[in-house]
Structure formats: C-alpha cells, structure tokens
Design a binder for this molecule. Structure first.
Ligand code: 2NL
Length: 358
C-alpha cells in the first residue's frame, strides 16, 4: 500500500470510530489542518520529480475530498441519531395552551355597529349598502329636503366637483340614500338597515367631519306607529342590556318623516354621576318617524297602499354612552394604547344568543 492509501485507511477508520462532534473535529484538524497529516504530505510534493508529483498531488487532493465528505456524512448521521433518540424519549403535550401572540382589537365603532346589526338582524332587518359619494337627489331631493334647507348649505355639506345624473355630487350626509336606492330597486315589503360612514362639514368636541350612522326602514301595507314604538323600545332595551329601560317618544320634525319622534331613554345625572337605565332624567339617543308619503312617492311606492317607519341612529354617540368613552375625537386618532383599552377581542362576536351583555 502507498503512503496515501495507508493514510486514507487510517483516517476513514478514525472517522468511523469517532462518537462525538469534538472527536470528529479533532480528526479534521489532525488530517486537514495547517499541521495536519495530509497537509504535511502536500508539503513534501516539492521534492518529487514532475511525473510523480502530479500523480501524488492528484491522490492527495482526492484523499482530502474523501476525508472531508466522510466527516460530513458522519456528522449528519450523528445528528439524525440524536434526533431519533430525542423523539423516542420526548412527548409533545398537545393539551398545553398556545403561546400568547400579539392580537389586534376590534374598534368600538365596529363593535357597536356589529351589536346594532345583531339586534336588528334578529328582528328581521337585512343589511343594505350604497355609495358614500351620492348625487344630490338621493341624499336630499328624494327625502323631501327642500333646496333652501340649512343642511344643503355649502358649510354643512361636502360638495364634490362634478354632476351626476341626479344632481351635484356630495359626500352623503346620512345613510338615507341607501334606503332610497333600495326602495327604487326592490318592491315592498321592505325591512332594511343601512350602516355606514357619513360626512358633514363640522368639527368640534362633539362633531367629526366623518361619522357613522345606522338607519332603519320598514315598508309594508299595515305598518304603523305602534310597530315603530315596539321595534325601537325593544332595540334600546337590548342594546343597553336593561330589560325595563324607560323609553320616551317626543314629538319632533324631520322633512322625511311625518309624524316624527325623537327617542329618549331614562337616566340619572346626580352629583356629577351619570347612569343609564333608570331615574328621572332623559337622554336623546335616536330620531324616527313614519315615512313621509312624499318620500314613498319619490321612490315609486304608492302611499295609499303602503306605509313605513324609519329611524336614524348615531353610532359614535351610542358607543360613547355604552362604553364610557368621554371624547369623540379619540375615535379617529388611531392611538393603539386607546384601542387596547377600549377595543374588543376579535372573538367577542356580538349575537343575541345568550345576550349581548354576558
Ligand atoms: C337622527 C334622525 C332619522 C330617518 C332618519 C329616513 C329614511 C328614509 C325615509 C324616511 Cl329613506 N326617514 N330616515 C327618519 C327619521 C329620523 O334620523 O337624528 N339621526 C341621528
């Protein structure tokens, strides 16, 4: 056997016999390191004649490769053996809770819309949607809001450049145009709610230029004021989670309803303390009325055959009252600490099953 072959046999036997990563590393250094056996033989090549040097050089290079490969293979085998041993002894406890992960929060506006939709959905209302950029007629004209009504003034409504088929373009100031569009596109009986963003040119402690509303509309042949009252009393009691919540209907005026009523709930304001649910004071929470026959007519519904009731609810106000949020402006500041405090876990899905206020 040549020197190279002897060295190869020795090194491969050493690798085979090694039983720790450190032993393998020692072999690598002893063979391929600066002062290693193969390196030493490489250095001797200079003394050989060219023919012999070429053959010996090739053999040494091949040996280097084989030894390095044998060490790698052994390393992999050792890692596999270690893993197999671990798998045999370790068990995974699938009953352990998962590790906590950063989770987002549902914004109180979204939560409140979901709760209102859950209550009214249970009563049989279907959700309807429509564009936030509207034509003047869907937002004002169809609703019997006269041309000189203060709401139409430039300083109350965001007008956009351009004119649609039905008048100037506006950012809708309420979600009523969704109901107008639904009345025009489908036949009564109707029972719909329209939640969404609305816009008015107004900004102070209690007004934001963008805010949220839910409006409701029922149209049928026998719909009357008693339905309006029953529906809204049930809604207020379910939303605030107070079974005997006092609810009061106070005469009011809207161009799109006749008669109109504002709805108040019982509360107390004593010694700086404010509480919903009982007491001798009242708090306004929504507006309502029987749909003005002119509005039905504008939507091609015959008012001698059909009647309807409608209502409008401001979401921000409901959320502030129910969840004790003192400042309207904080809703839109995107402050994550605020959201962590006032927000809801994604799995707190509002539903009437088991009540909204567990
Ligand atoms: C309020 C008042 C209200 C309506 C909205 C309505 C919609 C159609 C026809 C008739 Cl399509 N009425 N909506 C009716 C009464 C009151 O909102 O104070 N909202 C915060």
């Amino acid at each position: 056997m040549s020197d190279t072959e002897t060295l190869k046999a020795e090194l491969l036997a050493d690798v085979e016999a090694a039983d720790t990563l450190q032993a393998l590393e020692d072999i690598r250094v002893a063979a391929l390191g600066k002062k290693g056996a193969i390196t030493a033989q490489m250095k001797n090549l200079g003394g050989l004649d060219p023919e012999a040097r070429k053959a010996a050089g090739q053999a040494l290079n091949a040996l280097k490769g084989e030894v390095a490969q044998a060490i790698d293979a052994k390393k992999t085998a050792m890692a596999d053996a270690e893993l197999n041993a671990k798998l045999l002894t370790e068990k995974i406890d699938v009953t352990l809770p998962t590790r906590p992960e950063a989770q987002g929060f549902v914004h109180p506006i979204s939560q409140t819309i979901d709760e209102v939709v859950a209550i009214l959905g249970e009563m049989g209302f279907a959700v309807a949607e429509g564009p936030e950029i509207e034509d003047d007629w869907y937002n004002f004209g169809a609703l019997n809001i006269p041309d000189d009504h203060p709401a139409r003034q430039e300083h109350d409504t965001f007008y956009l450049p351009g004119v649609g088929e039905k008048g100037r373009k506006v950012l809708r100031t309420h979600t009523s145009p969704v109901q107008i569009r639904t009345m025009l596109s489908s036949k009564p009986p109707l029972r719909i709610i329209a939640p969404g963003r609305t816009y008015r040119c107004d900004y102070d402690a209690t007004h934001s230029p963008m805010f949220h509303q839910i409006e409701g509309l029922v149209v049928d042949k026998t719909t009357h004021m008693g339905h309006l009252k029953g529906c809204l009393i049930d809604f207020c009691r379910a939303f605030f989670g107070v079974d005997d919540l006092p609810v009061r209907f106070r005469p009011s005026y809207f161009p799109f309803t006749e008669p109109s009523a504002e709805v108040d709930i019982g509360c107390t304001r004593e010694g700086g303390e404010f509480k919903i649910g009982h007491g001798d004071d009242w708090l306004e929470i929504l507006g309502s009325g029987m749909v003005n026959p002119k509005v039905l007519q504008n939507c091609n519904i015959d008012p001698s055959e059909y009647q309807g009731f409608a209502f409008g609810i401001g979401i921000e106000r409901l959320a502030m009252l129910k969840y004790g949020i003192p400042d309207l402006r904080t809703f839109y500041e995107s402050d994550l600490r605020w959201l962590r405090h006032y927000g809801f876990r994604a799995l707190d899905v509002p539903s009437m099953v088991g009540g909204l206020n567990p």
